[in-house]
Design a protein around this ligand. Structure first.
Ligand SMILES: O=P(O)(O)OC[C@H]1O[C@H](O)[C@H](O)[C@@H](O)[C@@H]1O
Length: 277
């Protein structure tokens, strides 16, 4: 499978597969891998790669009639432009792909990844989505950047920025509440936090590292760790790997869908930055 590598001026790198415009690695300028990919991941289309950043589009999860997380992550993109530190990949489904996905509308989805630094000198990764409705009727979209972060140990991790109310996907999206304060992990977590602030953090005490996730156009945030039982049930995920990963996914999920009118464009992005504490 074809992949592109981009490099920042400070030596950070990222790898993006054309299959799904799927980012599978982001190595900081100090040489740390920040993204989790399962050692059992299957690199064979149309299967989505387990880990990295699957692009969920035009549907998040089961929030619509399509297959889980839509079909962009199962489809091959083409590289439309590239520089040393940036790449843009595009996907325009063919009539056959639309038929197979049972989706009636033509669209183009562009995914860009750009590496840089912010004004504090921290490594940044900016990932943008730009969708254009190329059909003559409106259609509904939900979406997510399903980001798998690698962590020292899940019991050393806290997610801050979300409040304590969420929809619990382990209980049919029941409205639930946790203790106030950061999210911690001691069992399966599969939650949609609706309309969160746009800055969220993954605080990894074990690695003494904080990743800040700034999102735009993606009002919700999904937090996921499958824990032991679900890990065992996934063929492309090793039984113990849940201890070394967490997903924090900026999403247009429960706040959606958005109706995209003919010729209308929709933009969204996440900017990840990393600091050592
Ligand atoms: O197995 P996948 O289709 O890649 O989905 C992996 C996970 O994605 C999201 O985080 C959902 O909230 C979970 O319910 C789902 O299990």
């Amino acid at each position: 499978m074809e992949a592109v590598t981009v490099k920042s001026q400070t030596g950070a790198t990222a790898q993006i597969y054309t299959h799904g415009a799927h980012l599978t690695s982001w190595i900081s300028s100090s040489g740390e891998e920040l993204i989790f990919v399962s050692k059992k991941a299957i690199f064979k289309p149309p299967k989505a790669i387990r880990g990295g950043i699957p692009v969920c589009f035009p549907q998040f999860g089961k929030l619509g009639p399509l297959g889980q997380h839509g079909f962009a992550r199962n489809s091959t993109f083409t590289v439309s432009s590239q520089t040393d530190c940036s790449v843009t990949l595009k996907f325009r489904p063919t009539p056959e792909q639309l038929e197979e996905a049972k989706f009636a509308h033509r669209f183009e989805l562009a995914v860009s990844v750009t590496l840089g630094t912010n004004d504090r000198g921290e490594d940044t990764l900016t990932q943008t989505l730009e969708a254009t409705n190329m059909s003559d009727a409106a259609f509904d979209i939900t979406a997510a950047l399903h980001t798998y972060f690698t962590v020292s140990s899940i019991d050393q991790v806290q997610i801050t920025g979300v409040d304590n109310k969420f929809l619990d996907n382990t209980q049919d999206m029941k409205e639930s509440t946790s203790e106030p304060g950061p999210v911690t992990f001691s069992g399966e977590v599969d939650r949609i936090y609706v309309k969160t602030p746009d800055n969220l953090q993954i605080v990894d005490k074990g690695k003494r590292r904080t990743i800040t996730l700034h999102k735009e156009g993606l009002p919700d945030a999904v937090v996921w760790n499958p824990w032991a039982e679900k890990a065992k049930a996934m063929a492309d995920f090793d039984d113990e790997e849940y201890k070394g990963m967490v997903c924090l996914e900026p999403a247009l999920a429960a706040s959606g869908p958005i109706s995209l009118q003919p010729q209308q464009q929709w933009h969204a992005q996440q900017v990840l930055s990393v600091s050592n504490t």
